[in-house]
Design a protein around this ligand. Structure first.
Ligand code: PGA
Length: 249
């Protein structure tokens, strides 16, 4: 059985006071689903969030990290630093990191290696832009985003990797891929994994969908056989909405 996961990516939202109040709202919610729940607050609030949710079944994860262990990388955070406060899962390759911070598949391969070398789990994000989809290149783009950052890895590494397909045209735009578009791409991703690593790996890796998932569309998206959960941006900033999505499973 593949893991079902709903992860909230808070992005650069919520200062300390907001983080405290959102976490206290989250603690009042009931998880009636089969999904594992994760939240990714900003770096300055990770420790507080981790401590506050220590006894809960909500995992606190990071939005990004650097590939180096330490050194002259002003403003960056390493895997060891995250691990030292108990954080063991990191989101890598989010489209906003790719678009605004020039993160390439090649750089992301190094970040993935660093996370795995430190026994962390990775939620690896990728997805095509609108122009790629309009020109029918979405599968080629997605295939290169996966293969260039991940296909140097041995089979066993995929025990620690979750994939998140997030079409850029659906992120924060209110546009959602239709459940069929999501299913088609997730099936393609699984086929791509199977060709490289075999059916057992392809069947065991969770593939999340991200891009304007909301309480009113989550159930239909999550009902698709190759969709194993969601990476939620905007709707993860309200406890009720986030748990309405979690409980859509
Ligand atoms: P959104 O963001 O749900 O606000 O579209 C998704 C994401 O960026 O992970």
């Amino acid at each position: 059985m593949r893991k079902k996961i709903v992860a909230g990516n808070w992005k650069m939202n919520n200062d300390l006071a907001h983080t405290e109040s959102l976490i206290s709202d989250l603690k009042k919610q009931k998880n009636t689903s089969v999904a594992e729940v994760m939240i990714a607050p900003t770096f300055t609030n990770l420790w507080m969030a981790f401590e506050s949710l220590r006894q809960s079944d909500i995992e606190v994860i990071a939005q990004n990290m650097h590939f180096a262990e330490s050194g002259a990388y002003t403003g960056e955070i390493s895997a060891k630093m995250l691990k030292s406060i108990g954080v063991t899962t990191v989101i890598l390759g989010h489209s906003e990191r790719r678009a605004y911070f020039n993160e390439t598949n090649e750089l992301l391969a190094k970040k993935v290696d660093a996370a795995l070398d430190n026994d962390m789990s990775v939620i690896y994000c990728f997805g095509e832009e609108l122009s790629d989809r309009k020109s029918g290149k979405e599968e080629d783009v997605v295939k290169s985003q996966i293969s260039e950052a991940l296909f140097h890895l041995p089979k066993e590494a995929f025990k620690s990797i979750v994939l998140a397909y997030e079409p850029v045209w659906a992120i924060g735009t209110g546009e959602t891929a239709s459940p069929e578009q999501a299913q088609d791409m997730h099936a393609f991703i699984r086929k791509t994994l199977a060709e490289k690593y075999g059916e057992d790996v392809a069947d065991s890796v969770s593939i999340l969908y991200g891009g304007s998932v909301k309480p009113d569309n989550a159930k239909e998206i999550f009902s698709k056989p190759d969709v194993d959960g969601g990476l939620i941006g905007g709707a993860s900033l309200k406890a009720d909405d986030f748990f309405a999505i979690v409980n859509a499973f």
